[in-house]
Design a protein around this ligand. Sequence first.
Ligand code: HPA
Length: 235
Amino acid sequence: MSIHISAKPGEIAKGILLPGDPKRAEYIAGNYLGGAVCFNRVRGMLGFTGDYKGKKVSVMGTGMGIPSISIYATELMKDYGVENLIRVGTCGGVQDNFGIGDILVGQGACCNSDFNNHVFPGTYCPLADFNLLRGAWLKAKQKGLTAHFGNIMSGDMFYREEDFRDSRWKEYGVLGGEMEAAALYTLAKKYGARALAMVTVSDVKVGGRNMTADEREQSLGNMIGLALDTLIEFI
Ligand code: HPA
C-alpha cells in the first residue's frame, strides 16, 4: 500500500495506461481488458489490472493537472515498480489544421507550471521515452491513424486568460494543450521508467466546436487501441 493507492504488491502490472478520468479507467478495463480486477478505490481514483492480448496490463485514473498526476505516477513507479506508463487523455488542438479526434503524441512537453522549477535550477526539457514514442509512431502508421508527433503544452489552468491557439506556443509549433504530460515525463526519468503521453483533440478553435459523444467514443477508442498495442511491446 502507498499513501494514495491501496493495491497489494503484485496487483499492478509493469505497464499502465493513465487516463485523467477514473471512470474512463473503468471503461477501458471493462471494454478492453479481460478479467479486469479493481486494485484501487481510494479517493475514487479507480485502478484495474487485466489481460490484453495475453499480457498483464493496468489502467488507472490520475485526476486532472500536474499535482494530481505527480502523486499517482510517483507512487506507481516508486512503490509498485511500474516501468511503462502511457497517459491517454484529451487536449485542446493548438494548430489550425487539426481536426476533432486527431491524436497528438507528446515528443516533448512544454510547461507553464512551476513543477520543474521546484526540481531544477534551470529549464529542464521533459521528453517522452524514445522507444515508446517510436513504437507509437510505428503502430499509428500500421493502423492508418492520423497522429501528430511533437511538442505539447502542459498548462496549470484549464480556464486560462491566454488562448494557446492564439499565442507564442502556437507560433513555436506546439501541437496541443493539456495539463499533465510534463510532470509525467520528468518523474519517469527520476524513477528510470518509460513514459509517453497521447491525447485526442477534443476541442479546436477553427470551427469552434467540441466533440460530440459519438466522436468522443470513436476517437478515444482509436487512441486507447494505439496506446495498448504500443504498451504491450514493452512488457
Ligand atoms: N487545455 C487543457 N486541457 C484540455 C484542453 C485545453 O484546452 N482541452 C481538453 N483538455
